[in-house]
Design a protein around this ligand. Structure first.
Ligand code: ADP
Ligand code: MG
Length: 340
């Protein structure tokens, strides 16, 4: 009898524990926020509101798959990617994934729209200046003979080049595209309030966990500062993508102490010499914001602001070096969110 009572007690306890475990597993997580390494940098993702753990796992799984996809197509830092295969190919057309072809098509659209300030064929120059995955000891003048976006073609889902030495570098647009892909995964799972950021490029949608628009910090472009250590401005965003290009994170220093950045002027074959320390661009997609930010950096602020006049769908904030030394100067297009 005593044994039986004990057994029943045990059963009740076990059932209670099981119920508690089920409750814990199925209890929604509030405002989940996490980071993960990707594309040589880190992704930060926040979803506002409650998300069931199982659903969160599904979303994270789908995000990993999307990012792996982009990497497998567009990373020049690995040999077994579609882009590396194309870079090794001669002039015959190389079939690629439809997504990859679409990004190259968009890259070429921006090359045309920016009169070649954005140019996805700069890879040998990027290598030459020490910012790429390979070395290239040819002179920039020599390399310029076979670079140029007009020598690259997309037809259906195949890429081809006019010169076998031409190589593709999508680094100035792929990160933004990766952010868009992650945002799409989150939207497709039914979420409307989230922030996705990869290495400074981001999409902010709906509201933050406090139910307000997202507030995004734009860093002061000083090389010695840690990420986000000092903010130049805070922008309130919702339903927008933002990307930033600058000379303060990836650069090299000459013997005379001057620095040159990883953004190349495709016309001169040399690092872009510009008055811009950083430019942040708002656009409908992060892929567009990313490509435009790089192009505006190459143009310099005068030309860039002129170029933006006929494109009200884009907004930009320029943080300029002060020719007299001293504090940065800022210039911005109408419509760029006011300082918060
Ligand atoms: P980040 O990668 O720091 O966000 P960008 O989006 O401006 O900066 O991309 C810069 C990268 O793009 C360079 O490291 C190089 O690989 C490539 N690149 C450099 N100059 C150009 C250019 N004029 N057009 C397109 N891609 C470029
Ligand atoms: Mg860019």
């Amino acid at each position: 009898m005593k044994n039986r009572t004990l057994f029943i007690r045990w059963m009740v306890t076990a059932a209670a524990l099981a119920a508690a475990a089920v409750f814990l597993i199925s209890r929604p997580e509030r405002d989940p926020s996490w980071e993960q390494p990707t594309m040589g940098t880190t992704a930060h993702i926040t979803l506002s509101g409650p998300v069931h753990k199982k659903r969160l796992k599904q979303i994270q799984f789908a995000i990993d798959a999307a990012l792996e996809d982009v990497n497998r197509q567009m990373s020049t830092w690995q040999d077994d990617t579609e882009i590396s295969e194309f870079n090794r190919a001669k002039t015959a057309a190389v079939p690629v994934s439809p997504d990859f072809a679409a990004v190259v098509r968009r890259a070429l659209d921006w090359s045309a729209a920016t009169d070649g300030a954005f140019d996805p064929t700069v890879k040998p120059l990027v290598d030459h200046w020490g910012f790429g995955p390979q070395a290239n000891s040819q002179t920039p003048e020599k390399i310029l003979q076979f670079t140029g976006w007009k020598k690259l073609h997309v037809k259906n889902h195949a890429l081809s080049k006019d010169d076998p030495r031409l190589q593709l570098d999508l680094s100035a647009i792929a990160k933004g595209y990766g952010v868009d892909r992650v945002a799409d995964v989150i939207r497709n799972h039914g979420f409307r309030n989230f922030l996705v950021e990869i290495g400074g490029e981001l999409v902010a949608e709906g509201t933050n966990p406090s139910g307000e628009h997202w507030r995004v910090g734009i860093e002061s472009p000083e090389p010695d500062r840690a990420f986000g250590e000092r903010l130049f401005r805070v922008a309130e965003l919702s339903g927008k993508a933002m990307a930033t290009s600058g000379d303060y994170r990836r650069f090299r220093t000459r013997e005379d102490g001057t620095r040159y950045s990883h953004i190349i002027n495709p016309k001169t074959g040399r690092p872009a010499e510009t008055d811009i320390a950083a430019v942040s661009v708002l656009a409908d997609s992060c892929m567009n914001a990313d490509a435009v930010a790089t192009a505006l950096f190459v143009m310099g602020s005068e030309k860039a602001l002129q170029w933006l006049e006929s494109r009200p769908e884009l907004q930009a904030l320029f943080i300029l070096h002060n020719p007299n030394g001293g504090d940065f100067i800022s210039r911005l297009t109408p419509g760029f969110p006011s300082d918060q």
